[in-house]
Design a protein around this ligand. Structure first.
Ligand SMILES: C=CC1=C(C)c2cc3[nH]c(cc4nc(cc5[nH]c(cc1n2)c(C)c5CCC(=O)O)C(CCC(=O)O)=C4C)c(C)c3C=C
Ligand SMILES: [Fe+2]
Length: 433
């Protein structure tokens, strides 16, 4: 179940954008605002120029309404951006509190950021009068802004007694090649949206609202497929061309919440502030695409244990068919090789360890060695990293066929508090404990 709701752009009269635009005499913000109330009339008007160009080219214009007008609620039991369907654009940013900033400044910052995220996710122009205008004309476009706290946040705010043991540093893995400057951080913000400008607008607003309280430590930018790009909704592909995400835990499964969200504890007990929260593990994983793309497809498929075309197991069926891990071929060898990624990472092979993988792809151009600086911003969510990411990565580190084609370059672990109620801010239960 996703947490998106159809949420037409809020009343535009609030800001100067409600002035008629000079060319059409119709406010573009108002025009979008009518979509929810009066169907797509405004859209047709607004898109007329583009539609004519498409018609001349013999093409059908894309539906503009659904992508732009879909909003995700900021307030709720869990923060948005965890079970939200993958978005087309993403920014991951870590901040460190500024020298001299402590708990008071952190609380003020989280209050500011939460109010801002609430406005942005509702498709409103944030108050304060310094909006950049980058998202003018657009609806919320499934924007989500998600906040997390790194291990060092608790030292900086003198809240070490409230730091859960699950935030202990991740173990070192033998294949790690981590850049400390692009790892961890006091605070982490994940921004996702189905429109690049809406995502960038939120990124700049969050960065500016940090003010003197926090400084950007690192930033990573990612993307996924745009909604509507495929003929029917389907599991995402990554930059190696594989269908990736098939066996993610599903919110409809009975043990989903238990696996992904931190359970409630009686008020006043240790770490009760994290109820309804989750842990995010973030890894910048470079794909060695030149090597991968030289590998014939049959061999690529044996690295994963699934077909590239449709994601079905090599033992047959369709994408959702169970892997027949014990099946041998006529040569007596396992059809899904012993070191296949899908075998090694399966919960059945890891004492039930599971996580919700919610990545973005990245491409930062060509590295100094001439190879593409591209790969996966791997973000996974779990109630406890020691029952999610850690055991699975330990196993992958020892013998995953995929290891020859990837490199873990940066890492972060963040405690992501539960969602805020209206009038509250994310992390309030910790910072005002
Ligand atoms: C430690 C966790 C994992 C890392 C790191 C990881 C990296 C990684 N994975 C792919 C591609 C695929 N992964 C697939 C399945 C899969 N991967 C993990 C964990 C990690 N992957 C899990 C838990 C699973 C599901 C296993 C299961 O439940 O059976 C698949 C198969 C399709 C699917 O189920 O999603 C692909 C493809 C890449 C490219 C990558 C690093 C760049
Ligand atoms: Fe994987």
């Amino acid at each position: 179940m996703s947490d998106t709701v159809n949420n037409p752009v809020k009343d535009a009269a609030k800001d100067a954008l409600s002035e008629p635009s000079s060319d059409s005499g119709i406010s573009r913000r108002r025009l979008l605002g009518t979509v929810g109330a009066a169907g797509a009339t405004g859209l047709v008007l607004g898109a007329a120029g583009g539609a004519a160009a498409y018609a001349a080219a013999g093409e059908t214009p894309a539906e503009l309404t659904t992508v732009g007008s879909t909003g995700v609620p900021f307030y709720g039991e869990h923060q948005a951006g965890i079970t939200t369907p993958l978005q087309a654009r993403g920014h991951l940013i870590a901040f460190d509190l500024a020298p001299g900033a402590g708990r008071k400044e952190a609380a003020a910052l989280m209050r500011r950021w939460s109010a801002l995220a609430g406005e942005l996710m509702a498709g409103e122009v944030p108050g304060g009068g310094d909006d950049t205008g980058v998202a003018l004309d657009a609806g919320p476009s499934s924007l989500t802004v998600t906040f997390g706290f790194g291990r060092t946040f608790f030292d900086r705010t003198a809240l070490v007694a409230q730091r859960p043991p699950e935030l202990d540093p991740l173990p070192a893995f033998s294949s790690d090649q981590l850049d400390a400057g692009r790892s961890n951080g006091d605070l982490w913000v994940q921004i996702g949206a189905d429109d690049a400008l809406v995502a960038f607008h939120a990124l700049r607003a969050i960065q500016k609202a940090a003010g003197d309280a926090a400084r950007v430590r690192w930033q990573m930018n990612g993307f996924n497929r745009s909604p509507g790009a495929t003929g029917k909704p389907m599991t995402a592909r990554n930059l190696m061309g594989q269908i990736d995400g098939t066996r993610n835990p599903k919110p409809s499964e009975a043990d989903f919440d238990q696996r992904i969200f931190v359970p409630s504890r009686p008020s006043g007990t240790a770490y009760d502030w994290l109820a309804g929260g989750s842990y995010a593990v973030v890894r910048r994983i470079r794909m060695l695409l030149d090597d991968w793309e030289r590998l014939p497809q049959k061999k690529q498929e044996r690295v994963i244990g699934r077909r590239k075309s449709d994601g079905a197991p090599l033992t047959g069926g369709s994408e959702t068919t169970e892997l027949a891990l014990d099946r041998a071929g006529p040569d007596g060898k396992l059809v899904i090789p012993g070191n296949a990624h899908a075998r090694i990472s399966a919960p059945e092979q890891n004492g039930g360890a599971a996580m919700l993988r919610r990545p973005f792809s990245f491409h930062d151009g060509i590295a100094p060695d001439g190879t593409p600086d591209a790969g996966l911003l791997f973000v996974c969510w779990q109630a406890d990293p020691l029952r999610g990411f850690v055991p699975v990565q330990r196993k992958l580190d020892r013998g995953d066929a995929l290891s020859a084609f990837i490199r873990h370059e940066a890492s972060g672990l963040f405690a992501v508090p539960g969602g805020a109620r209206k009038g509250e801010y994310v992390g309030q239960r910790l910072l005002e404990s």
